[in-house]
Write a protein that binds this ligand. Structure first.
Ligand code: PLP
Length: 444
């Protein structure tokens, strides 16, 4: 029996009624990517208030590696809710925070002693990683990448690259943020992207900021909002060497890549390098607000007492959810599953690419596969209009998709890793039909 079931037009009448109320009551900046109100969700499926069931390739923007309504997570949360909701860990501590720190540190690809601190959102994790790096080095500057996304708070927004919609009109930004090229192979103008991007970083130390003033370099091992662009392992190795040479803290922002999505618990593991700090969020607690900075103990211990924190950070409900998430990732072998999902999706899309040259690039790491659309395979001119139509057509046929990319021309897969083979096959049929439809419609 198929999982996808579309009973009404999309959005259906109940969703439309809610959208009207939403437009009157909710700030316009909270525009909807998918104009469908949710009734319930389980695994990789979402049922809306009109009774339509969709396969979810958005996963709450990558928060649901273990799936919607995961039974182990739900039981852990319910158990904690019945015990207590909040004390503030620094006022009166609780076991789940410490256990989570121990378990995550044990899994970090960092040798030597490591420690953790928890926060609420990905942006907060990045803000705090930068503060920790500044405290550890006594230096003011941070280097970030073209195409980077690190969140919407002041430092995170300053590190973020894309101007519209994230930055324009919101300056002045945090000072001492310097930008270098990301090794974006498909869009590298000429020559080797890895070498070229390493050269750009070395040049930055002459033309943009002296290396002895740089506290940290923040990199996404696979750029998320930037379009699912993986950094080649050779680049990350070169970056590690440059950081070592200049005493710079290397921060891996694994907010979107972490928790199995790329085929390993942390994406950076696949490069063979050790970062100094790792930012985590999103799938860590299956959708509950929790984030963390994990890393070398001597760096994590640098900030003084009470300099990092917040009232709700490391909430006990979210911490027990995260412990259950870690168990589920192991029990269900979700890292291996991420690799399988990525292989199926990539195989199918590479076949399609032979017939559809506007599908310019199919790339990624594990299940984090991005499909980049172009108007012309030779000029590689971005085609955001194709990506938009793909997402719209797919939604009408029961697949929730998200776009990404500096030019808004990438479709990305953030499906829960618990997606079944049957659901994945259905989703890929819808995706393929949506791409063929969109390309034909734009050409017409
Ligand atoms: N860093 C990365 C790599 C992200 O993808 C995101 C969110 O998409 C963030 C940071 C910000 O996380 P949050 O939206 O939880 O603040």
């Amino acid at each position: 029996m198929p999982s996808i079931e579309i009973r009404t037009e999309v959005p259906g009448p109940r969703s439309r009624a809610w959208i009207e109320r939403k437009e009157r009551a909710v700030a316009n900046a909270k525009a909807l990517w998918v104009p469908v109100f949710v009734e319930s969700a389980e695994g990789a499926l979402i049922t809306d208030v009109d009774g339509n069931t969709f396969v979810d390739f958005a996963g709450g923007i990558g928060c649901l590696a273990v799936g919607h309504s995961n039974a182990a997570v739900t039981a852990a949360v319910q158990g904690q809710v019945a015990r207590f909701l909040h004390t503030d860990f620094t006022v009166m501590p609780y076991d789940s925070y410490v256990e989570l720190a121990e378990r995550l540190c044990a899994r970090l690809p960092i040798s030597g002693p490591t420690k953790a601190a928890f926060f609420n959102s990905g942006a907060e994790a990045v803000e705090n990683a930068v503060k920790i790096a500044k405290a550890a080095t006594g230096r003011p500057a941070v280097i970030a990448y073209e195409g980077a996304f690190h969140g919407r708070t002041l430092m995170a927004m300053s590190l973020t690259s894309k101007q519209h919609p994230y930055k324009a009109g919101f300056g002045p930004f945090a000072p001492e943020v310097y930008r270098v090229a990301y090794p974006y192979e498909y869009r590298w103008p000429a020559g080797d992207a890895c070498e070229g991007a390493l050269d750009d970083l070395r040049r930055a130390f002459t033309t943009r900021i002296a290396p002895e003033d740089v506290a940290a370099i923040v990199i996404e091992p696979v750029q998320g909002e930037g379009g699912f662009v993986p950094a080649p392992a050779a680049y990350l190795k070169g970056l590690r060497e440059i950081c070592d040479e200049h005493g710079i803290v290397l921060i891996a922002d694994e907010v979107q890549t972490g928790f199995g999505r790329t085929g390993t618990l942390f994406a950076i593991e696949q490069s063979g390098i050790e970062p100094d700090l790792v930012c985590v969020a999103k799938s860590i607690a299956a959708g509950l607000p929790l984030s963390g900075v994990l890393g070398r103990a001597e760096i994590m211990d640098a900030p003084g007492d009470s300099t990092i924190g917040g009232t709700y950070v490391g909430n006990p409900v979210a911490c027990v959810a995260a412990l259950a998430v870690l168990d589920e990732i192991d029990r269900l072998e979700l890292c291996a599953r991420a690799r399988e999902i990525g292989e199926s999706l990539t195989r199918r899309m590479r076949d399609l690419q032979r017939r559809v040259p506007q599908l310019g690039d199919v790339r990624g790491l594990g299940s984090m596969v991005g499909l980049e659309f172009v108007r012309d395979a030779r000029t590689r001119e971005p085609a955001p209009e194709i990506a938009t139509r793909v997402a719209e057509h797919a939604l009408q046929h029961g697949l929730v998709l998200l776009k990404a990319g500096l030019f808004g021309n990438v479709i990305r897969n953030l499906a829960p890793l618990v997606i079944t083979d049957g659901e994945l096959a259905e989703a890929l049929d819808v995706l393929e039909a949506a791409i063929e439809h969109a390309v034909a419609a734009v050409a017409a």
